[in-house]
Design a protein around this ligand. Structure first.
Ligand code: SAH
Length: 360
């Protein structure tokens, strides 16, 4: 077992990470510090260069500015702690150590259309979904925007190729870390930064309805993905405690409005849990729930998660899919990626930290 330090003093003394700043904020800082405006653009350009690990490498900046930046900011705060690659070579799973010793996971996936990265947004999670490992050890803290961004930068460095898509589906509930997640989306999609278009970014939520409305007001172009997992309130409340706060009628109303405001089709994730949510009664209920607005269901074979839950077999999943499709619902079946390397959310961190928080 590795030594995991939680040094609070480090957190207090830590300088701010420069990657938390957008171009406007950097420009403001440059002007206040007496540097010309164009320096901000130069610095911002360096920040999306995956090979930059120190301010010294920003060679087109005067030495005194490099020194100023070094005194004022941190540049990197993630350390690659472990990486696993799937047998087919299409998935890599990263365990990153944060500057306070906490661990988070990200996954890199290679598709026909290019690379996609799945990022974590929190250390731990408050949602306590019954089948999920990510929240098993409880909630520790929110990630800063820079810590989410660095996951993408380091994944891009590892891939040696441009990342085209980002999914906020790793550890944590993105809408429970609203400000930092919105800042991350702004940073990662900025044309002067990594320039990943918002239409190529998906945010997955367990269903924090008030925050879905907040997100709507920002008029982002991202895809909203909702972890549905059950077609009725009784079952959903059993699987996902958040459903006791925001039930399905409220959640579906918010999703409908999200579509109306953004004209972006909402995506629903549905984990196939054997004997729990995979029969034909669920199919009929799902059809009713999703009627009336453009959406799409992504069926996910469950990864080995918490005790008492196992995945439906492929035959059951296929029957479920065909029946749902025959009722006019758009359905896709998620390709099982990297199950040989524990690529399911939370699994890798649990294996390493298992002895610490007793979560596996
Ligand atoms: N909190 C957000 C995002 C993180 S979870 C959310 O709930 O959407 C990302 C996805 O992985 C969610 O759909 C989640 O329900 C799913 N997931 C959790 N445990 C899983 C498991 N054991 N097998 C398959 N998917 C799982």
């Amino acid at each position: 077992m590795r030594d995991l330090c939680y040094n609070k003093l480090d957190m207090i003394n830590a300088k701010m990470n420069v990657r938390n700043l957008n171009l406007a904020e950097l420009t403001d800082l440059m002007l206040k510090a007496g540097y010309p405006r164009f320096r901000a653009k130069q610095i911002y350009g360096w920040l999306s260069d995956v090979n930059i690990t120190s301010f010294e490498q920003m060679t087109n900046l005067p030495l005194d500015l490099r020194d100023f930046l070094k005194q004022t900011f941190n540049l990197n705060s993630l350390e690659l702690w472990e990486v696993l690659t799937s047998r087919d070579g299409n998935t890599a799973k990263f365990l990153f150590k944060l500057s306070d010793g906490n661990l988070i996971e990200s996954a890199l996936m290679k598709y026909r259309y290019g690379y996609s990265v799945c990022v974590s947004t929190q250390v731990g999670c408050r949602m306590r979904c019954a089948f999920c490992l990510s929240g098993a050890g409880g909630f520790v803290r929110n990630l800063e925007a820079s810590e989410i961004l660095e996951q993408v930068i380091l994944a891009q460095k590892f891939a040696g190729s441009r990342i085209g898509h980002v999914v906020l589906m790793g550890i944590g509930e993105p809408l429970d870390n609203f400000e930092n997640v919105v800042k991350f989306i702004e940073l990662v999609s900025s044309p002067e930064g990594l320039n990943i278009g918002q239409r190529n970014i998906s945010l997955s939520t367990a269903g924090l309805v008030n925050r879905i409305y907040d997100l709507m007001r920002l008029r982002l172009q991202i895809t909203l993905s909702v972890s549905l997992h059950a077609p009725n309130d009784a079952l959903r409340s059993r699987l996902m405690p958040i459903n006791k706060t925001w039930g399905l009628p409220q959640l579906m109303a918010a999703c409908r409005e999200y579509f109306e405001k953004s004209r972006r089709r909402v995506s629903f994730e549905y984990i196939m849990l054997s004997g729990v949510n995979d029969d034909l009664k669920c199919v009929a209920e799902l059809k009713k729930l999703l009627a009336g607005f453009p959406n799409h269901v992504n069926l996910i074979p469950a990864n080995s998660g918490r005790e008492g839950f196992k995945t439906s077999d492929l035959r059951t999943i296929k029957i479920f899919q065909e029946n749902l499709e025959s009722l006019g619902v758009q359905v896709t079946l998620r390709r099982a990626l990297g199950s040989d390397i524990n690529a399911a959310c939370g699994q890798m961190r649990c294996v390493v930290q298992g002895g610490k928080d007793g979560s596996t």
